[in-house]
Design a protein around this ligand. Structure first.
Ligand SMILES: [Zn+2]
Ligand SMILES: [Zn+2]
Ligand SMILES: [Zn+2]
Length: 442
């Protein structure tokens, strides 16, 4: 019976196929899905980038067809199209080589993944499949049905590959991960993150299960209002969740109200930041007490990052602190801590002589602890934050030593001055005494 301790890794697996999001193609390595400072363009398409020659070589088999399409395509290829093409390229190659990839722990293959062909309302998928088929039919031996199946498999089973703060970088299809079913309640027990394109699932509590396949993970954030959660699960994963949380929340749930709808539109609106900022500030007084905490966390979180990028750092700190009060998604809490620390740095609270230095250090420590439990002590980001924390901790040590030195000095000084006074008094008395003796002796 598998037993997991809080902080231990449950599973770590490579994707079967993967793809960087189209809007991140020029700043994320197409092979390892890592953001690096130095990246080189693919010489042929000048679109995809790689962090090394090795990554570029390794990605060649996945990228070949995508590359020629990127060169010749008249319109931008979206992420879904590229992901489907990369996956089909890989699948066809495996078939021709007679080597089929299997999951490491669960021995699943691509053929084991269901594609919900029986579901109605798939007109858009069929349309999309036709479009992709038209693009590749002259370059690959493939049928329209194969394209449609691949598209549906990816739609149901692939997951977003994110950075440690939850920002999406691409998508991946993980044969082992597909074994885990969804439960909203799993979020307090296990947490997923990515190391580049590698999927890592960690235990956040001690627990025991009868088999690995009985582990559940949450496909959508638990902090979402139950109606939105149900909507997303149905649309994206064809799931109707009946976990205890959903059942209990559905009893008392209400429909999204007008303010919430308005906020949702505003949050996703593609408008200038300053305009979004002022519109959000306008709507804010109407929100408290009237909207679900999910929206409040998003509104305050957005206001925090807007304030910071406009150089209004005190506001940034206040909004981020408010957002922390409502945010339930730990990945997003990580981002909020970064906003807080960024604003504190800009305000120079990281100076150990400033009165707010203690607050800065406490924030940094909480951030470090959060990363340790979410990503583990060995994660690059945890290591970086730990180094920063210990750097400032020695500062505070120096600063407390400074004060104790001051105190000691003051003590010494007062002692010395007291001694001096005493000496002076003794000297005076003594002089008097001596004088009297002298007088006596005379
Ligand atoms: Zn790379
Ligand atoms: Zn290329
Ligand atoms: Zn649920």
């Amino acid at each position: 019976m598998p037993c997991f301790l809080a902080g231990s890794e449950i599973i770590r697996c490579e994707p079967y196929s993967w793809c960087v999001r189209t809007n991140r193609l020029s700043d994320v390595c197409s092979f390892c899905i890592k953001q690096k400072k130095r990246l080189q363009f693919c010489e042929k398409c000048s679109v995809a980038v790689y962090c090394s020659d090795k990554c570029q070589e390794n990605d060649y088999v996945n990228h070949r067809l995508e590359c020629s399409l990127l060169r010749s395509a008249t319109e931008r290829l979206d992420t879904t199209t590229r992901f489907c093409i990369r996956t089909l390229t890989l699948k066809k190659r495996e078939i021709s080589l007679g080597r089929i990839t299997r999951g490491e722990k669960f021995r699943k293959t691509l053929a084991d993944l269901v594609a919900p062909l029986w579901e109605g309302d798939q007109e858009d998928k069929v349309r999309n499949a036709k479009k992709i088929f038209a693009l590749i039919q002259n370059r690959m031996k493939v049928t329209l049905r194969e394209v449609l199946v691949c598209l549906l498999q990816l739609h149901v089973h692939s997951i977003a590959v994110e950075d440690y703060k939850g920002a999406p970088l691409g998508r991946g299809l993980y044969l082992d991960q597909t074994e885990f079913d969804h439960s909203c309640e799993a979020e307090s027990r296990v947490g997923a993150h990515f190391d580049g394109k590698i999927f890592v699932l960690r235990a956040l509590q001690n627990f025991r299960v009868c088999s690995l396949a009985k582990i559940r993970m949450s496909f959508v954030p638990r902090s979402l209002p139950v109606m939105r959660r149900q909507e997303l699960l149905a649309q994206e994963f064809y799931i109707q969740c009946e976990c205890a949380s959903c059942l209990a929340e559905l009893q008392v749930c209400r429909r999204e109200n007008a303010i919430e709808r308005c906020l949702r539109d505003l949050l996703s609106a593609d408008i200038e930041m300053e305009r979004k900022f002022s519109l959000t500030l306008e709507i804010l007084p109407k929100c408290e007490g009237r909207v679900h905490s999910y929206y409040l966390s998003k509104v305050y979180g957005n206001l925090a990052s807007f304030s910071n990028s406009l150089g209004r750092y005190e506001d940034g700190i206040e909004f981020a602190a408010k957002a922390l009060q409502y945010e339930g998604d730990l990945r997003l809490v990580t981002g909020l801590f970064e906003e807080l620390l960024y604003a504190m740095n800009e305000l120079e609270w990281n100076d150990f002589r400033k009165s707010n230095f203690g607050l800065f250090l406490d924030t940094l420590q909480s951030h470090k602890r959060l990363l340790e439990s979410r990503l583990g002590k060995d994660h690059k980001e945890t290591e970086r934050v730990s180094r920063v924390y210990f750097f400032y901790l020695t500062r505070s040590y120096v600063s407390s030593k400074m004060t104790s030195l001051h105190e000691m000095l003051r003590e010494k000084l007062s002692f010395v001055s007291a001694r001096l006074l005493l000496v002076a008094r003794v000297a005076m008395n003594g002089e008097g005494g001596v004088a009297s003796k002298r007088t006596n002796s005379r």
